[in-house]
Design a protein around this ligand. Structure first.
Ligand code: NDP
Length: 295
């Protein structure tokens, strides 16, 4: 039997206005769960829309962006490896996107393409569901795209210090050098070596490397020497598996844990709100994702 959402879309095809169009662009995109979460959000809002997941080759990125504009798409998510490459094809971008130098969300209004970085905003929102980040002392593992967006947003929102630990330390140092002139937060970098010890109190420790993605047995080789006395928050960006070894180890050390679905759902909800002007239910989006991961 046809559900209400589908019949709303069909009624729109017959009588207008047409359902809005959105997509996710990357390569590869197989395994990217954004469509599932977005469709759940649109359905629960009763918002007539279609969301497509598109593989786009590197030399076709510009044509794809022109194409979604020409076809009247309302928005798009940009995923790896194009979060940086897409910038020259946009008409403008937000401060977060400019400082992160990466775009994962485009809004298209009156033919103008505005890029934003909702990864960092989503991460921030997932932490601020527990407590404000203002004044926090933060340790971030990783210096890739996810780490950069997280560091930028935490620094813009009043974290007092951020230490970035990365296997390739120069990448962490580059973030520090680029971002420090724009934010009051104290930024530092350090090399991430096996057996890295957390020897002092942090309010927030973030696992923002790709270690553990699709490999539940993998973990950063870190030692939590600070135990229990200070209730720190430990957050992982890896969302599949949802329960990672990093989070297990952090919990054993007495930390409050936040999984990668928190960031994923919050950044998706921010995109939905920018595109539709409406607030989607996080629980609906999270539940759609967890069901999909069991497939
Ligand atoms: P990048 O490829 O840009 O960066 C990867 C990072 O992981 C680098 O810092 C790299 O270090 C580090 N790394 C990789 N392998 C190892 C290892 N064996 N030991 C130590 N460090 C390692 O990836 P992204 O930043 O784009 O993505 C990182 C993760 O974030 C992915 O799992 C992705 O799925 C997740 N993510 C989650 C989101 C969410 O909403 N939850 C949103 C966006 C991303 P080095 O520089 O030395 O190579």
């Amino acid at each position: 039997m046809e559900n209400t959402y589908t019949s709303t879309c069909h009624a729109a095809v017959m009588h207008g206005p047409l359902p809005s169009l959105f997509c996710c662009i990357g390569d590869p995109v197989i395994g990217n769960p954004t469509q599932i979460m977005m469709e759940a959000a649109f359905q629960s809002l009763g918002y007539p829309a279609y969301y497509l997941t598109c593989t786009v080759a590197k030399d076709q990125l510009g044509a794809a962006i022109k194409g979604i504009k020409a076809l009247g798409f309302r928005g798009a998510n940009i995923t790896a490896p194009y979060k940086v490459d897409v910038l020259p094809f946009l008409d403008g971008c937000t401060d977060s996107a400019r400082l992160t130098q990466a775009v994962n969300c485009i809004s298209i209004e009156n033919g103008t393409l505005l890029g934003d970085n909702t990864d960092g905003k989503g991460f921030l929102a997932s932490i601020e569901q527990l407590t404000p980040v203002e004044g926090m002392r933060v340790l971030v593992f990783g210096a890739g795209g996810a780490a950069r967006s997280i560091v930028t947003e935490l620094a813009l929102h009043g974290a007092s210090s951020i230490l970035i630990a990365n296997r390739t330390e120069q990448k962490a140092q580059k973030i520090v050098e680029y971002l420090q002139p724009h934010v009051p937060c104290r930024l530092e970098s350090i090399a991430l070596q096996r057996g890295f010890s957390i020897t002092q109190d942090y309010d927030l420790v973030v696992q923002a490397t790709s270690v553990g993605l699709f490999s539940p047995q993998d973990t950063l080789d870190i030692v939590w020497e600070v135990q229990g006395t200070h209730r720190c928050i430990a957050a992982d960006v890896v969302f599949n598996p949802v329960h990672t070894r990093f989070l297990d180890e952090a919990q054993n050390a007495g930390a409050i844990t936040v999984d990668g679905l928190g960031m994923l759902v919050c950044q998706g909800a921010i995109a939905v709100s920018q595109w539709t002007g409406r607030q989607s239910e996080h629980a609906v989006m999270r539940s759609a994702l967890t069901k999909a991961f069991l497939l």
